[in-house]
Write a protein that binds this ligand. Structure first.
Ligand code: TRP
Length: 333
């Protein structure tokens, strides 16, 4: 008998530009998961609304992210790729979960505090309830495993609490998901401030390598990467700049950190920067080529979205009708 594969679910907000940290920390791992898991990868446009968006750009970016997912190796024949707003059950389940979440729980979310500090002019209610929408994303599909960055661990903990709480209040309904936090990638830091994470929404473009950056731009950004004043190419927490470049080189070439260190023994920082830029350019070249091909075929992209939404809708509807029945709503005929 065929055993059902465990379900994996993850998502990225369509804001900023997908960058090498998203590739290493998320998308590359998703590609590896596809064969062994029933996989769902979302473009969470509803989450992106928590910061101000230019409508035409948001629309374009969602399509571009979809094409980048596929160009990186997410195969729509194997995985479900969908846009969050195409499946109304995300908003509907969010409401139900809102009503079993306490303000105290949301107040403890460190990302809310960080984001409100950065976004003082627009601290909207969506920013506050964002983790509940994320919980709905996960619980709707009965996900077993959720790959996320370390910064999302607290949101995953809330999701688990909400699942357990609902199951306890109304009987078993949701799978309680496990987080999957990759060892690498959580560690890719900004090229301009190596003490903070490389972020796809960083206003300073020099701090990130975008997946769609031109090779000349990549070389320039790596050359300008902030390093400390040392001379030795050694991984050391005291020298976060050079350590970050070593990490990048190490993941992309699949060499261990000590192999990288001996490879660059006696060489100057500039040698690492030159080689690293080449490695990144070589990694991204086939992705960019595929991206350009896919973007030409809008019918194909629309077909992927339609199939993804249909599959996701079917599954989400099943969970939501169970939830509605359990909480005492009358089924609509
Ligand atoms: N909040 C996540 C982030 O910023 C994105 C996200 C939204 C997500 N819904 C999700 C990730 C569901 C995993 C599963 O990284």
């Amino acid at each position: 008998m065929e055993r059902k594969k465990p379900i994996i679910l993850s998502g990225i907000q369509p804001s900023g530009q997908l960058c090498i940290a998203n590739y290493i920390g998320a998308i590359k791992n998703w590609v590896d998961f596809q064969d062994d898991y029933d996989s769902i990868f979302l473009i969470v446009d509803m989450h992106a609304l928590t910061v101000k968006q230019v409508p035409a750009e948001l629309r374009k970016r969602c399509l571009s992210f979809l094409a980048q997912y596929i160009a990186c190796g997410i195969d729509p024949q194997k995985s479900t790729i969908a846009i969050q707003s195409h499946i109304p059950q995300h908003a509907e389940l969010t409401w139900v979960l809102n009503c079993i979440t306490s303000l105290g729980e949301l107040n403890r979310m460190t990302q809310f505090k960080d984001k409100s500090k950065k976004n003082e002019s627009n601290i909207n209610a969506g920013l506050f309830t964002y983790p509940i929408l994320m919980a709905a994303d996960i619980l709707l599909y009965q996900a077993d495993l959720v790959p996320v960055g370390a910064d999302q661990k607290q949101h995953l903990e809330l999701t688990r609490n909400l699942a357990q709480r609902f199951n306890h209040l109304y009987s078993d309904t949701f799978v309680v998901p496990e987080p999957y936090i990759p060892k690498f990638g959580a560690r890719i830091m900004s090229l301009q401030d190596p003490t903070s994470k490389m972020s796809k929404s960083d206003k300073n473009e020099n701090s990130l390598v975008a997946l769609l950056d031109h090779p000349d731009v990549i070389t320039k950004k790596i050359k300008r990467a902030v390093t400390d004043s040392g001379t030795e190419i050694r991984f050391d927490d005291k020298n976060p700049g050079i350590s970050n470049l070593i990490s990048l080189y190490s993941v992309l070439t699949k060499k261990s950190v000590s192999e990288v260190e001996s490879h660059f023994e006696g060489k100057m920082y500039s040698a690492l920067k030159i080689e690293l830029a080449e490695v990144i350019v070589d990694t991204l070249k086939p992705i960019q080529q595929r991206y350009n091909e896919i973007m030409k075929d809008k019918n194909y992209l629309e077909g992927v979205l339609e199939a993804g939404a249909e599959n996701a809708y079917y599954r989400a509807r099943k969970t939501l009708s169970k939830v509605y029945r359990k909480i005492g709503f009358i089924a609509k005929k």
